[in-house]
Design a protein around this ligand. Structure first.
Ligand SMILES: NC(=O)c1ccc[n+]([C@@H]2O[C@H](COP(=O)([O-])OP(=O)(O)OC[C@H]3O[C@@H](n4cnc5c(N)ncnc54)[C@H](O)[C@@H]3O)[C@@H](O)[C@H]2O)c1
Ligand SMILES: [Zn+2]
Length: 398
């Protein structure tokens, strides 16, 4: 539940105590000039005199800062704070402060990422570092053997915080280890890929792959905090940037804003805020969160038919194309930003995979379509022939 308090509410001791024990309190900062501009000339009794107003503003600052669990200056800041997502350039240098509490930390890194940022992260954690572990690079980390190795390697107690440094694969397997070790310990993903920063590290879904399919064994385990340092993306390969850009375009279509036009760091913050808002409203993926699946029913089918040899970003680009076509919407953004190219996979294998999608109901695929930019609709059932035709249009024959 969201409560918006009037400016004087925290003047009451009872209210302050109630906030401390029952609420996560966000102070949305407004500077004096802006605050005055908003009330000047109105009938509000406290807005009659600028001098009195500025005294009151200064007086209340102290109280606001005291009750606030987080201090922000825009609406995205409110959502990010509520979801526990901390976005800051250079945050990796401040890990000992941005990892909540003062408990000891076990650091789990993607092996490749450890080679680039491992020393920096360990130095920043300083005396809080209890142990450092590595998991294999890439999707092979999301395996039961790697999870089991983490269970063996982790040595902390219930007060230990597990910090995961890497892309979506490292944060997925480490998050599942944190969800299960000692029946669950706190964890903090520090995503290092664009996919991780705008998508995988947010929302508490963690999983590994099993022979029956990707992400089929997992948990919901909301991170104690997500630490996003957009500067870490500077070492990312072009291919990995393209994978992330597909999710940025997806988010922009869902939000109805051209997020892909923002400078890179703002893109990350805005996309992270969008996903946070959706996940905070529907943490267990019972309804609204399904919007994030836009284009993914087709993407997953193509990836499965390609034996997972197809980059996720390329599959999502094609999936978005199909979803927009079936929605009767303009596809030019996807074409210009992501340049999707038809793939060479077995048509029947792709169709079989699509009808088995884990988000389908009884063999019939449920799609996310767009009534317009920013207006997603979930659970859409279309005639099988139309869906199959849209899928076929993404595939090229040898
Ligand atoms: N849990 C969720 O909600 C969720 C959502 C989306 C995706 N995912 C999962 O995320 C995974 C994909 O994540 P990904 O795209 O981040 O892949 P990834 O974790 O495999 O990383 C991609 C590659 O980039 C390298 N890398 C990572 N950070 C780097 C950096 N800063 N500089 C240089 N190289 C770097 C990695 O070593 C790896 O080789 C999939 O398994 C997917 O299922 C999960
Ligand atoms: Zn995706």
């Amino acid at each position: 539940m969201v409560l918006e308090l009037g400016g004087g509410a925290v003047g009451s001791q009872t209210t302050r105590e109630a906030l401390a024990s029952h609420a996560f309190t966000v102070y949305l900062e407004v500077d004096l000039d802006e605050a005055w501009r908003r009330v000047e000339g109105t009938a509000r009794p406290l807005a009659a005199d600028r001098e009195r107003f500025s005294e009151l503003h200064a007086e209340r600052q102290r109280m606001y800062a005291e009750v606030a669990d987080a201090q922000v200056d825009d609406a995205d800041g409110v959502v990010l704070a509520a979801a526990g997502v901390h976005v800051q350039i250079g945050a990796i240098e401040l890990l000992d402060q941005v990892v909540p509490g003062d408990g000891r930390v076990e650091l789990v890194s993607d092996r490749h990422v450890a080679g680039i940022y491992g020393v920096q992260a360990q130095l920043a954690l300083g005396a809080r570092l209890l142990a450092a572990h590595e998991v294999p690079q890439g999707e092979s980390a999301k395996a039961s053997a790697v999870l089991e190795q983490l269970w063996r390697d982790l040595r902390g107690d219930r007060s230990t915080i597990v910090v995961a440094l890497g892309g979506g694969t490292a944060t997925d397997v480490t998050g599942l280890a944190a969800a299960t070790y000692l029946r669950g310990v706190a964890w903090v993903p520090v995503p290092t890929t664009l996919v991780g920063q705008v998508d995988a590290a947010i929302g508490g879904k963690v999983a590994i792959d099993v022979p029956a399919g990707k992400n089929l064994v997992g948990a919901f385990h909301w991170p104690a905090r997500v630490v996003i340092d957009p500067a870490l993306l500077e070492t990312l390969s072009d291919e990995e940037v393209r994978n992330g850009l597909a999710e940025v375009v997806k988010t922009g279509l869902l939000a109805g804003e051209p997020l892909w036009e923002l400078p890179p760091h703002e893109q990350v913050r805005r996309c992270a805020a969008y996903k946070s808002a959706v996940c905070v409203r529907d943490p267990h993926d019972r309804a609204e969160r399904n919007v994030l699946n836009l284009g993914h029913t087709f993407a997953h089918a193509l990836e499965a038919a390609a034996g997972y040899e197809l980059a996720h970003g390329e599959a999502v680009a094609l999936g978005l194309l199909a979803a927009l076509r079936l929605s009767g919407q303009d596809t030019s953004v996807v074409e210009e930003m992501l340049a999707p190219t038809r793939v060479h996979v077995d048509r029947d294998a792709a169709w079989t995979a699509l009808t088995r999608d884990k988000k389908g109901v009884g063999g019939s695929p449920r799609l996310v379509l767009l009534d317009g930019p920013g207006r997603p609709r979930i659970g859409v059932e279309l005639p099988a022939d139309d869906v199959r035709a849209a899928l076929d249009a993404l595939i090229v024959d040898p």
